[in-house]
Design a protein around this ligand. Structure first.
Ligand code: SAM
Ligand code: 2KA
Ligand code: SF4
Ligand code: MG
Length: 241
């Protein structure tokens, strides 16, 4: 009834992306997505390849597993996916985590609203640029951002992943549309299947330098932050970190 499709639970690790980068955190990754981004580094959550790992869990079971893995050594849980915003039932987990004094981060693309967004401490909305092959519904995104802006409890940010010039232009458009929302540009990893960290890390750092230089040179992008995926620099494309 109140089950949640869970793809993986892991941690403690550090949040490698976005507004709380560096934060020690546990992760809960839900299964299923309404998008199918061409470069999705978590495609196993929606393309069928991970279907045998999906567990239908209730909030209490997830909380127990988090404690089993993390003991007393965490105070922050990040929920990602897939698209966790497909799951109305996540409210039970969010309530339980809050009852236990846990702070909550969540990652979603901004294609669906859930009322429990207002109970998230650090919410990342990550609209998808052209290279993903997805189309942003800006009416939906406008509504979501508007509701979040009215909230005094949820810190939210917008994070756009950049692979090429077109994505960069898209990111500028998104930032201009929501100038008051903290804005992050993130390096796209188009080598997300590589197991060769010796080659991957300098490659991704090169991409980061490219993105940094573009932002430095841009007169219109002022109050923005540019980040790599920190976890890929530490652990490469390893899963569950
Ligand atoms: C796997 S998604 C899950 C949450 C949600 N579906 C979303 O896209 O925001 C988490 C974050 O990883 C980013 N991401 C996915 N594949 C990536 C890649 N190859 N390189 C860089 N970031 C990627 C997404 O843009 C998103 O910000
Ligand atoms: N360490 C770490 N940080 C992350 N930030 C966002 C992630 C995600 O896949 O949603 C992620 C992830 O998978 N691992
Ligand atoms: S929206 Fe997120 S999980 Fe879904 S396909 Fe795109 S990057 Fe992957
Ligand atoms: Mg990831």
């Amino acid at each position: 009834m109140s089950k949640i499709p869970v793809m993986e639970i892991f941690g403690p690790t550090i949040q490698g992306e976005g507004m709380v980068i560096g934060q020690k955190t546990m992760f809960v990754r839900t299964a299923g997505c309404d998008y199918s981004c061409s470069w999705c580094d978590s495609a196993f959550t929606w393309d069928g390849s991970g279907k045998d790992s999906i567990r239908q869990m209730d909030a209490e079971e997830i909380w127990q597993e988090l404690q089993l893995l993390g003991g007393d050594g965490f105070s922050f849980v990040t929920i990602s996916g897939g698209n966790p915003a497909l799951l109305k039932n996540l409210s039970y987990l969010i309530d339980l985590l809050k009852e236990n004094g846990i702070q909550i981060g969540l990652e979603t693309q901004g294609s669906k609203w859930q009322d429990w967004f207002l109970d998230i401490d650090e919410l990342t909305i990550s609209p998808k640029p052209p290279s993903s092959g997805m189309d942003t519904n800006f009416d939906t995104l406008d509504e979501i951002i508007e509701k979040l802006q009215e909230s005094s409890t949820t810190n939210c940010s917008v994070k756009v992943v950049i692979f090429d010039e077109q994505d960069f232009d898209y990111a500028k458009k998104v930032h201009h549309t929501y100038p008051d929302i903290p804005f992050f540009l993130q390096v796209g990893n188009d080598d997300y299947k590589s197991e060769d960290d010796q080659q991957l890390v300098p490659y991704l750092l090169g991409k980061y330098e490219w993105l940094v230089n573009k932002v430095i040179a841009d007169q219109e992008l002022r109050n923005v932050k540019v980040l790599p995926q920190l976890h890929t620099l530490v652990w490469g494309n390893k899963r569950g970190v």
